[in-house]
Design a protein. Structure first.
Lengths: 724, 136
């Protein structure tokens, strides 16, 4: 077998691995994970490089040396891997885990020292393809340690993979698991030659696969954060310089005192120095980091603090504009993001509205629906920098990419309420041009959660405000309308009054003239009249009186119908009223040969509030009617006070023509007249109707009873007695 | 028929404010028949005020419905003026509404007649009564 050519494979692989390690290291920002990975690549690279050297070595001594060299890196693999696993699965906070990691490193160092001895490996096995050291006692122990840690590591990884939610995390953990699994499955086969098992040394290829898979995952799945190389580079540069410097110093010192005795020893010391530097690197880095954070990376802490301030201030603000502006201000000041947008769906509405956009030229309206659709579909933050790993069909992915690049949006955070996404916060890229780190994203997502609540409240508040405003306007309008209607009503009312006045005046004026002239004529003002002339003059005069009365009735009804009756209640004496009416009509009654008398009650009727004028007219009308419908006999007017019902009753009993039950129904209706022999030429048929209205408007009741036709009748009305 | 009136009453100056020509003619005749010779007439409130300014009447017969200036308006002006507030006024109208009557009395009138419900002699009777009361 041409070992020379075969040996090139590990060399190239080693170079490849180292290169990848460096690229990853400097491409993304350095976090703990980054760093561990870097050392993993160093360890794996060393393994590969050592393998190459081992293939090349012809002398047994150098073979052994290079084998030991390989082991020098390999002893750190369990610890490194385990550490990587713990950080990746986010269990670094757990005390147990941390202790295991520390223990791992301690054991690594222990075995590192041991690997220099013959208790670890010694002697050589010779195989067709080359040589391999023989495994000794501590090698076996080492393998136990190796196995335990790697098994725990892979279990951790597997669990994490199973547990992880979200497409990104799932992808990440899948690839990592895959990479390590392959490595762990195949890699340890490389130990077999140490136990006299003559397998070809292919296991080193797993290292290559491993690193390739990981590198892919790293670059594609946001495993290791991107940070400004320049800034972090300072820290690492310093740390590397110091750690490396220490290593070089050690070498120099050793070479100084030990001289250039054995080149092999020197090489060993080189390796040790390298490994030592690397071990020392951690604490030095922490030191510099703390220093740098204080003076150079204050902004990182500022960001956290500012965002914390924001989340504290948000619940206290109600106005939507203020909320959104504050969010923008905070994000702008901390992460230096210039492009910003907030788009929401208002509660109960269908449309998406843009609450704010900076700058004003930000074009998002044509895309907002699509973007919202994607956001709702994915149910997580959309990052342009991770667009490739988003779980969408290729067409949809393209569409989303287009939207984001057209509007120059780098991140879309969702706003959620009661489990439903109702809006989004759009962010452009950071002014520095850097991608978003895991911390940035976590902070922003947290902020978005807080904002979700605040913005929702703001929207509701605004809705309420708007509703109140609308209500105010509506009420003002309604009041205006009401006022207008009122004014119109008043106007109509006044028009009615005017009309009645005019009609009153216009109808009565000619009647007045007729009456006066008729009377004057009758008086003989224009010469003595003969018998016939007197008769005629009298008829004319009487006719005018009838007409005047008729007009009066019609106008009264017109007033009543127009609602122009005003009741004026004054304290009065009903007895007085009754006597007044009776005395007025007594003459007429006597002339007609019938009696008209008053029946006083046993108990005195107290004074009470009623409309004297209207009541007088009513009583007069009834008595007048009674007189007209009596042939013989007379009418009696009576009154009394009902204490229980709190009303005053007035009645007019007559011995007149009475009425039948059918006639009774129509008595108080308009234009009803009783048929009798003596047709009343004076009647308008409105008298009783007017009486009814005049009584009812005072809150009283009016009715009539009759035993039958020809048997007389009694008319009653009541007036309420109130305590005011 | 004219009654025997006191000289004072006969010499009284009466102002009739009424827009119907026929009524005015009749009233003037009637008053003069009764012995009151000085009868002035006016159709408009403004016209009446001017006549009052020139010659203060002893009695005003006022209709409530007048063209241009309303009767009530005229009444208010008369009653608010120092010089004219004590001139006796008899309202002669065809408004029967209680409210109108009340309003007139509130403004200070001496009597309220509904034209169509009075005969001419009644009018003279009331005029004399008021004049008698006022001139004594």
């Amino acid at each position: 077998m041409n070992t020379y050519l075969i040996s090139l494979i590990p060399l190239i692989s080693a170079l490849f691995v180292f290169a990848l390690g460096i690229i990853v290291f400097f491409r993304k920002k350095v976090t703990t994970l980054n760093l561990i990975f870097f050392f993993i690549t160093i360890a794996v690279g060393n393994w590969l490089f050592g393998t190459f050297k081992m293939f090349r070595s012809t002398a047994g001594e150098s073979a052994i040396f290079w084998d030991r060299f390989i082991y020098g890196s390999v002893v750190f693999i369990p610890a490194l891997f385990y550490h990587f696993g713990v950080v990746f699965t986010q269990k670094i906070r757990e005390k147990l885990q941390r202790s295991c990691v520390v223990l791992g490193y301690l054991l690594s160092i222990f075995f590192l020292i041991l690997s220099r001895t013959d208790y670890f490996v010694s002697g050589l096995f010779r195989y067709k393809w080359g040589v391999h050291t023989k495994a000794r006692l501590f090698h076996h122990v080492f393998l136990i340690y190796f196995s335990i840690y790697l098994i725990l590591f892979i279990i951790n990884l597997y669990r994490y993979y199973k547990k992880s939610a979200g497409p990104i995390k799932k992808n990440q953990s899948y690839y990592i698991f895959l990479a390590f699994f392959i490595l762990i499955l195949i890699g340890p086969l490389g130990y077999l030659p140490a136990y006299e098992i003559p397998i070809l040394p292919f296991p080193f290829l797993s290292g290559l696969f491993f690193v390739t898979i990981l590198a892919y995952a790293i670059t594609r799945y946001r495993l290791f954060d991107i940070r400004v190389v320049v800034r972090r580079g300072t820290v690492y540069g310093l740390s590397l310089g110091v750690a490396g410097g220490l290593g070089v110093l050690l070498v120099w010192l050793v070479s100084r005192y030990l001289g250039e005795k054995i080149t092999g020893l020197l090489l060993l010391v080189d390796s040790v120095a390298i490994l030592l530097s690397i071990s020392v690197f951690f604490p030095i880095k922490s030191f510099f980091e703390k220093l740098a954070n204080k003076y150079l990376f204050a902004s990182l802490y500022d960001t956290r603090r500012k965002i914390e301030e924001l989340t504290q201030a948000l619940p206290k603000i109600f106005y939507l504009d203020d909320i959104v502006n504050l969010i923008y201000k905070t994000i702008n000041e901390t992460l230096h993001i210039e492009r910003f947008g907030v788009i929401v769906k208002e509660p109960g509405e269908e449309n998406l509205i843009v609450l704010k956009k900076k700058p004003d030229s930000l074009v998002i309206s044509p895309f907002k629906e699509s973007l919202f659709y994607f956001l709702k579909k994915l149910k997580q933050t959309i990052l342009l920098q991770e667009i490739e790993i988003i779980l969408l069909s290729p067409e949809e992915k393209e569409k989303l990419k287009k939207i984001l690049s057209k509007s120059k949006i780098s991140m879309v955070l969702y706003l959620v309420s009661k489990g439903e996404i109702y809006g989004m916060i759009l962010l452009g890229e950071k002014a520095s041009g850097d991608a978003f780190t895991v911390q940035d994203i976590r902070l922003l997502e947290n902020l978005a959660l807080q904002a979700s609540i605040s913005i929702e409240n703001g929207l509701l508040f605004r809705k309420t405000q708007r509703f109140a405003e609308e209500l105010k306007i509506k009420v003002a309008q309604a009041t205006k309308d009401l006022r207008a209607a009122n004014a119109e009503l008043k106007r109509l009312d006044q028009a009615k009054s005017e009309f009645l006045r005019i009609v009153s005046h216009q109808l009565r004026t000619p009647m007045t003239i007729l009456r006066w002239y008729a009377k004057a004529l009758l008086r003989g003002d224009y010469g003595k009249l003969n018998k016939k002339q007197l008769e005629v003059a009298n008829d004319i005069y009487q006719a005018t009186l009838r007409q005047i009365k008729l007009i009066g009735s019609f106008l009264d009804v017109a007033h009543i119908e127009a609602g122009k009756i005003t009741v004026r209640k004054e304290k009065g004496n009903i007895e007085e009223l009754v006597n007044d009416v009776v005395s007025e009509l007594k003459v007429l009654a006597e002339k007609m040969g019938i009696y008209l008398k008053v029946e006083k009650p046993k108990k005195e009727v107290p004074e009470f509030y009623f409309d004297y004028e209207k009541t007088r007219e009513v009583l007069r009308n009834i008595v007048d009617n009674a007189i007209k419908y009596i042939e013989k006999g007379g009418a009696t007017v009576g009154f009394k006070y009902d204490e229980k019902k709190k009303e005053v009753l007035v009645y007019v009993k007559d011995t007149g023509i009475g009425f039948s039950p059918e006639e009774k129904k129509k008595l108080f209706m308009k234009f009803s007249r009783l048929r009798n022999n003596k047709v009343n030429p004076w009647g308008s048929g409105l008298g009783l109707y007017i009486c009814k209205r005049l009584i009812e408007v005072q809150g009283g009741k009016i009715w009539a009873e009759s035993p039958g036709k020809g048997k007389g009748s009694t008319f009653y009305f009541t007036l309420p007695v109130k305590d005011n | 028929m004219a009654q025997e009136l006191e000289e004072k009453i006969k010499k009284a100056k009466v102002l009739v404010i009424e827009d119907d020509e026929m009524l005015v003619k009749f009233l003037k005749d009637e008053l003069q028949e009764a012995g009151i010779s000085s009868v002035e007439t006016a159709v408009y409130g403004k016209e009446a005020l001017e006549k009052i300014k020139k010659k203060k009447p002893d009695l005003i017969l006022l209709d409530l419905i007048l063209p241009r200036m309303d009767g009530f308006e005229f009444l208010e002006i008369i009653r608010n003026n120092e010089k004219t507030k004590d001139i006796p006024i008899i309202i002669m109208t065809n408004l029967t509404h209680g409210e109108d009557k009340r309003k007139a009395f509130q403004l200070g009138v001496d009597d309220y007649l509904v034209k169509s419900e009075c005969d001419p002699e009644e009018i003279i009777e009331r005029v004399v009564r008021v004049l008698r009361k006022h001139l004594n």
